[in-house]
Design a protein around this ligand. Sequence first.
Ligand code: 5GP
Ligand code: MN
Length: 325
Amino acid sequence: MNNSSVEDLKYIVETKKKVLIVSHYSPDGDAIGSSFGLANFLESINVEAHVYNKDQVPDYLNFLSTKNFHTSLKTIPKDIDLFFALDFNDFERAGDEMVSFVEKEVINLGIPVVVIDHHQNNKIKYGSFLIDTEAASTGVLIYRLISKFGKSIDENVATCLLTTIITDTSSFKNSNSNFESLKVSADLMDLGADLSQINDNIFKLGNIAKLKLRTKIHSTLLFEEKLKVAICYAKRSFYEETGTSKEDSEGISNGLIFYNDAEIGIFIREVQDDKWKISTRTNNYIDLSVFANLFGGGGHKNASGFTFDGKLPELIKQIIKNLEK
Ligand code: 5GP
Ligand code: MN
């Protein structure tokens, strides 16, 4: 995989009329902010932009919007002339429906693909790439691209892109925070990004039901002092008993590594009987993408994930065993 120059990507984009922008399922602030930011910018320069995500926009990101948002492939226009993959590097991360759509309706028809992402281990073979694992968010890369157009970037686009940085860096607290993330944030504020709107929406704690859920989850804490790993889990019953959903346990693994003696935070969520979704975080202690690869998952050095089929004690045993290695 070779990256294209930003100038080449600009040329690819500005010659198009109708684009589709896709991000990963269970979208976070970067997936939504980078997709909507790019779409709203393209609309402002008269490119028709459609955004697809397998899942709805989570409540805490509902302050961001775009004209054409689809959660079904049926409503996507047939005549798109450019396909963007944002914030993922494996089409499976966009859902099974998208995997076959890309094969049949994009690659087979020769529609150009542009992948813009900041994850490790790219698995996409087809297309042009803007991948930088040093970038704090995919939104930073979108800013690199659209600032080359020499067209005005409005405050709505700026708010979308600033959201990607605030969420992916946890307000510059995560180790992916760097000079460019601060520089781009300053530029976006200058363009009118609404930081207080972002903070009001992203960091509100939610309802007491969410506190009840998180109290249950935190009560499962297992701390392996030697490995510096803190592990918590959530059974499906936790959500049922508190009337909450999976969005209400976002950020659990990240929260664990704010404790001094925990270098690795792991959150395990029951998806269905004997099926678990694992979310891991660290601040430069080990490479978590390598760890997740051992289980068939992936991600970044500092944040990765995977799914596991089997019993919870077996999963925890394998996690400990693989960390010891
Ligand atoms: P999260 O913990 O927020 O769900 O995921 C953190 C990061 O790990 C994501 O940005 C994503 O790149 C990666 N990730 C999470 N789950 C999976 C998975 O099942 N497979 C792969 N390949 N990557 C994942
Ligand atoms: Mn991201």
